[in-house]
Ligand binder design. Sequence first.
Ligand code: NI
Length: 183
Amino acid sequence: MPKRQIIKLPDPRLRVKSAPVAEVTDEMRALLDDMLETMYAAPGIGLAAIQIGVPRRLVVIDLAKDDELRNPLFLINPEIVWTSDDTRIHEEGCLSIPEYYAEVERPDRCRVRFLDRQGVAQELDCEGLQATCVQHEVDHTNGVLFIDHLSRLKRDRVIKKFAKAARRDSEGSAASDAAEPSA
Ligand code: NI
């Protein structure tokens, strides 16, 4: 199970709408395992396949705390089929937008329809952090990032900052005098 590289803003692949998985094969399960390992290593609580550059509708989530047993959730072709009117505000982050956090308001509860690792259709009612996380990851499969839920001013500022950091990285050591934190 090799760990994969996580792509970061402003990589244009993060804006791609991922394609559904036609069949849950061993190859897909191996990909899910790679995603899980990559997410645990980051560390993070959710990861969509596009974040490792694979445009497939696959999501892994594990909300277990450090002192709890791992409890991975695999969502294949996830689709939000219902959301509550009541909302919650959560300070979100994203492994593709490292070290940036902002409050996002989303429905407090949702129902997600998906295929599990065996390819069996399931529905799960989520609330609280799990609901936030599921919605954040399903957004990824549609090319949507959590910063899209912020004001345009805030979003533009983040995008600009990451674009600048990416330019600086590609310029390499020549930019070492521009000593600004990369996050
Ligand atoms: Ni994310």
